[in-house]
Ligand binder design. Structure first.
Ligand SMILES: Cc1cc2nc3c(=O)[nH]c(=O)nc-3n(C[C@H](O)[C@H](O)[C@H](O)COP(=O)(O)OP(=O)(O)OC[C@H]3O[C@@H](n4cnc5c(N)ncnc54)[C@H](O)[C@@H]3O)c2cc1C
Length: 235
């Protein structure tokens, strides 16, 4: 485990916060990977004192590393309450990064990113990395959120050249110009430009990712072209 200090917290949208940490030693991260975060606190609930979080920042941001998470509207865990209450300078433990939800080495592969809500975190890391490295990739990002103010990182993401940014909002305001309703596998498939070669990355709450994986397979997307990142614990 590595020691890290809470540097600052940023409010991103409705109940969504980014926690910026300063690790004691350099952490080697590949964009899209996750860490385990330990937050010891008094009277933890049955869900305990550890959680996995995707690193929402990129290794191109020197000295700091971030996670971004959503606080529950009700029945939030003691873990998240303790995390939110943490003062600047608080010390905590984080694991080394792990996971293979990362960009393919071959930069000619067209990429389709599908994010359900807070599932945007690995894509934010990858896109920040590509932008900072001035690497171009062909990416379509379908980003579903309940409300417009839960569409975090939208302004930053939109500025990435080569990214086709497609927000899909459930409760969209009447003047919203984009797509509305729920993310829908059939509709997404219709919009994928290179269905045969696209590598489709799906990230979000576990039931959503399971559903999309199954539907895309049924719709004929090759299993080897589906890459999934499941966030358990959201219902
Ligand atoms: C590889 C990986 C990467 C991840 N990356 C992220 C990330 O980038 N950002 C992120 O936010 N999460 C991420 N997660 C999920 C994260 O680890 C937590 O599971 C999630 O944030 C839910 O946190 P929580 O359990 O503290 O619940 P809360 O956020 O406090 O609550 C979530 C909801 O679940 C309900 N709930 C769930 N379990 C119970 C229970 N046992 N009793 C009562 N109510 C319950 C709550 O009422 C609430 O509505 C990731 C998980 C994995 C495995």
């Amino acid at each position: 485990m590595n020691e890290a200090i809470l540097d600052h917290v940023k409010h991103e949208g409705h109940n969504i916060y980014t926690f910026w940490f300063r690790p004691e030693k350099k952490i080697d991260q590949i964009a899209g990977q996750f860490i385990e975060v330990h937050v010891p606190h008094t009277n933890p609930d049955s869900r305990g004192i550890r959680r996995w979080f995707t690193i929402s920042s990129s290794s191109t941001t020197k000295e700091l590393l971030s996670i971004t998470t959503k606080m529950a509207d009700k029945n939030g865990s003691s873990f998240k309450i303790a995390l939110r209450a943490m003062a600047k300078g608080h010390k905590l433990k984080i694991s080394d990064p792990m996971g293979d939800f990362v960009l393919p080495k071959d930069d000619s592969i067209p990429l389709v990113f599908i994010a359900g809500g807070i599932g945007i975190t690995p894509f934010h890391s990858m896109i920040t990395y590509l932008k900072d490295k001035q690497e171009k990739r062909n990416i379509q990002l379908f980003y579903g959120a309940r409300e417009l103010d839960e569409l975090v990182f939208a302004n930053e993401l939109k500025q990435f050249e080569g990214l086709d940014f497609i927000p899909v909002i459930q409760n969209a305001p009447t003047n919203f110009k984009g797509q509305t309703g729920f993310l829908d596998s059939k509709k997404i498939l219709e919009q994928i430009k290179d269905k045969r070669n696209a590598r489709v990355y799906i990230s979000g709450p576990e039931p959503m990712v399971e559903k999309f994986k199954k539907e895309f397979e049924e719709l004929g997307i090759n299993k080897n072209n589906l890459v999934c990142d499941y966030f358990p614990g959201y219902n």
